[in-house]
Design a protein around this ligand. Structure first.
Ligand code: IMP
Ligand code: MG
Length: 178
């Protein structure tokens, strides 16, 4: 880690705060999925650290798979989502937990929810570590939100800026703390 590049970052959520919240989420999910074996789907790349910590606190069996999506701005649209990697586990008749790092515009989760729904799962629970308040409007609920945030842009704990900072163990904001 290049310490110089960490200079303009301010701790926004400490690793202790994140870990405490993850334990709460894992215990909520353990109550719901006790004695079941849902399919956990992580959204690459950002959710990989959150997912790794979350699943290790589960009290139930699960199977793990990943999807990868990217958004792009087309010529005649504000933003579209492209599926870069799909799941390989058959989701028909399975319970699914979809794990995201952050919901910003809501475009990615909107696309992925519909996509996974097309595989006829029993149900889909959406878990996101972070959610940017008031920035999106969806036709379905986000079941579990780790933290509602107001910061413009955050990095660390899986989240990147130009592919960097994913390895930081806390979440940092790019602007000085107000
Ligand atoms: P969406 O706007 O809800 O579709 O979010 C798309 C993706 O943008 C998220 O899954 C993140 O990977 C990324 N993203 C959005 N806000 C941030 C941020 O503050 N930091 C790092 N990545 C972000
Ligand atoms: Mg993401």
């Amino acid at each position: 880690m290049n310490r110089k590049s960490k200079k303009n970052l301010t701790v926004y959520l400490s690793k202790d705060k994140i870990n405490t919240r993850i334990k709460e989420i894992a215990s909520q999910l353990s109550n719901e999925y006790f004695d079941e074996c849902p399919v956990i789907i992580g959204v690459l790349n950002g959710s990989f650290i959150f997912l790794a910590d979350l699943i290790r606190s589960f009290d139930f069996d699960c199977e793990i798979d990943f999807v990868k999506a990217s958004s792009y701005v087309g010529k005649e649209s504000l933003g579209q989502v492209k599926l870069d990697k799909d799941v390989t586990i058959d989701l028909n008749n399975r319970r699914v937990i979809l794990v995201e790092d952050i919901i910003d515009s809501g475009l990615t989760i909107d696309y992925l929810y519909e996509h996974i729904l097309s595989y006829n799962p029993v149900d889909i629970t959406i878990v996101t570590l972070l959610s940017k308040k008031n920035s999106y409007k969806l036709n379905f609920n986000i079941d579990i939100i780790g933290f509602e945030i107001v910061s413009d842009f955050v990095v660390g704990y899986g989240l990147d800026l130009d592919h960097k900072f994913r390895n930081l163990d806390s979440i940092y904001s790019l602007e000085p703390k107000k």
